[in-house]
Design a protein around this ligand. Structure first.
Ligand code: COA
Length: 286
């Protein structure tokens, strides 16, 4: 059963742009404008930020999955409500709309819990923002990925050109951006846009499996690790080495007990091997 986050004073049409459900430690969040192929309007962008806020520190949420209702993951920015209508309000309107959309993608990039993009269908343009924001990504074989901006006369903004060059090779990114041709989920996996592509019918089971496995890991280590992988990409080796020392020391001060328990179960109890799986969190006293 899906939920809508109710917020005093916000119109129902805005609240309904995002649906979610929490099951077995996983928050399944859906872009919920299937009739409009889940394109991102200012209303959706505002509501998504509220939903992310509401879920981030819930004890019953350990992993967040972002998916789309209907045939699309997201058809990118809403050409009418995000571009045309905000531009009509001048630079202020444009900047407000940018802040709202870039804001929730940034929030997702540094989210407290691990995040997974479950790309069930169309993924265009501005959709590359949340795609990259999610830590892991799985797509249906037949999902379609496109930087369609060139087809209607703009550049791949909203970070999309950056995302393409971050995730795939220079030649792929350039071809993809200039040609406005789509690639399917299988090619997206080869290019590095997603971790894996698989038949749509198996997509949710695979994502559930990955989410459940993440839930067995130490949550402090998960957050420190996801941030570290994003941060070190832009650092020199020496800076990265230093950052990782500091980040681990900071994480230790949050979670000394979990880390000690992990060492104890391996060295003293010999009950697991870190190279083959995670320690048993349920035995942790504090
Ligand atoms: N902005 C605004 N409206 C959009 C939209 C977008 N990005 N994507 C889809 N819609 C709307 C359509 O206008 C249509 O509205 P209507 O029912 O009121 O006419 C509705 O969503 C359904 O779209 P439709 O084109 O009929 O669906 P489809 O399944 O045949 O095609 C797409 C799906 C995604 C291929 C097609 O909708 C499309 O090309 N969308 C634009 C993608 C794009 O360039 N995004 C980049 C933005 S940065």
């Amino acid at each position: 059963m899906t939920n809508i986050l109710h917020v005093e004073g916000v119109e129902q049409t805005e609240l309904e742009t995002v649906a979610f459900t929490v099951e077995n430690g996983v928050a399944w969040v859906s872009l919920n404008r299937p009739d409009k192929r889940n394109c991102m309007s200012p209303r959706l962008n505002r509501q998504m930020m509220r939903v992310l806020d509401a879920l981030e520190f819930r004890d019953d949420v350990g992993v967040l999955v972002l998916t789309g209702e209907g045939t699309a993951w997201t058809a990118g920015m809403d050409l009418k409500e995000y571009f045309r209508e905000t531009e009509a309000r001048g630079l202020q309107g444009t900047r407000e709309a940018q802040r709202e959309s870039y804001g929730w993608w940034r929030r997702l990039r540094w989210y407290q819990k691990p995040t997974i993009a479950m790309v069930n269908g169309w993924c265009f343009g501005g959709g590359y923002g949340p795609l990259f924001a999610c830590d892991l990504a799985f797509a249906a074989d037949d999902a379609q990925f496109g930087l369609s901006e060139i087809n209607w006369g703009i550049l791949p903004g909203g970070g999309a050109a950056k995302v393409a060059t971050e995730l795939t090779s220079f030649r792929n990114a350039m071809y993809h951006s200039l040609m406005g041709e789509n690639v399917d989920g299988k090619t997206a996996a080869q290019w590095g846009f997603v971790n894996e592509a698989l038949p749509l019918a198996q997509l949710k089971d695979r994502v559930s499996e990955v989410a459940q496995k993440l839930l067995t890991k130490n949550p402090v280590a998960l957050k420190a690790t996801k941030d570290a992988v994003r941060r070190v990409r832009e650092m020199t080796y020496d800076n990265a080495e230093d950052y990782l020392i500091r980040a681990q020391e900071a994480a230790n001060s949050f979670d000394n007990e979990g880390r000690k328990e992990g060492i104890k179960q391996f060295i003293d109890d010999k009950s697991y091997k870190p190279g083959l799986g995670a320690y048993d969190k349920s035995k942790q006293s504090a």
